[in-house]
Design a protein around this ligand. Structure first.
Ligand code: C5P
Length: 249
């Protein structure tokens, strides 16, 4: 049974391994996992990720032991199917709980990603990572969409790509809070929605604009909420995570 805290994925947006490792250890058991993205991965690679999720020190053991801290590896792959399949195979030994690709890479690419995750996880004896897609980056507005030849309005394109993602057999999408309702309606109850742009009432909005509180997002249908600074920049990150989990009960 999923507990409220399991819905919280903490974005560790730093290239600093020691900082990320410290936060990850502190938060272990208080959240559902951590998110590491392009900045961290490109700076620190597999060893850096393992240091954060498996708690390994310099003498990094190989193999695919399940991490102490579940991992959303947010690398948003987008390339030809063969290359994306290879990238997924290359990260599967990190035993991520969630990996992602760009839906704009198309159906063959998404199916190849899913199949690669299945095939790579099986011989390692680990659970297949959830494979989810990014639909339209929330940094894009209708003008940006038309500049790259995609048909808006944005929300329609988001739903179109979410349905395509589901048709390809993938597990879900990353979406903004205000897209939850439309995607839930189009894709049904089992499609996983992972939602950033979340701010508890007590937290600074920072550069996030149309935010929802953790409670609002989960009530609207989010399966996982991605929260960075309200936890990572808090004086007491564990207390912040606990307060958020409490707000979800
Ligand atoms: O610190 P904060 O809670 O704003 O962090 C949110 C995380 O979610 C960051 O890693 C950010 O890159 C990511 N994200 C987002 N909005 C999106 C997609 C991803 O904030 N639409």
């Amino acid at each position: 049974m999923m507990q409220p805290k399991d819905r919280i994925l903490v974005a560790l947006d730093t290239p600093d391994v020691a900082k990320a490792q410290h936060l990850s250890r502190q938060l272990q058991g208080h959240v559902g996992g951590v998110k590491l993205g392009l900045e961290f991965f490109n700076a620190n690679g597999h060893d850096g990720v393992r240091a954060v999720t498996h708690g390994d020190d310099d003498a990094t053991p190989r193999g695919a032991a399940t991490p102490n801290q579940p991992l959303f590896l947010d690398l948003k792959f987008h390339d030809i199917p063969n290359t994306v399949a290879g990238a997924i195979r290359s990260v599967t030994p990190l035993a991520p709980k969630i990996v992602n690709v760009h839906a704009g890479g198309g159906p063959a690419m998404m199916k190849a990603a899913l199949q690669a995750a299945e095939f790579a996880a099986e011989p390692l004896g680990i659970t297949r990572p959830m494979v989810i897609a990014v639909t339209v980056l929330t940094s894009m507005d209708d003008d940006d969409l038309s500049a790259v030849g995609q048909q808006g309005p944005t929300e329609e394109q988001v739903v179109r790509l979410a349905k395509l993602t589901q048709d390809c057999g993938l597990d879900g999408v990353v979406c903004s809070a205000r897209e939850i309702a439309a995607i839930r309606k189009a894709c049904g109850p089992d499609f996983k929605l992972i939602v950033p742009g979340i701010r508890p009432e007590w937290a600074d909005k920072g550069d996030q604009k149309r935010t929802m509180t953790p409670r609002e997002a989960v009530d609207a249908g989010a399966d996982y909420i991605v929260i960075g600074r309200p936890i990572t920049q808090a004086n007491d990150p564990v207390a912040a995570a606990k307060a958020i989990a409490e707000s979800l009960t």
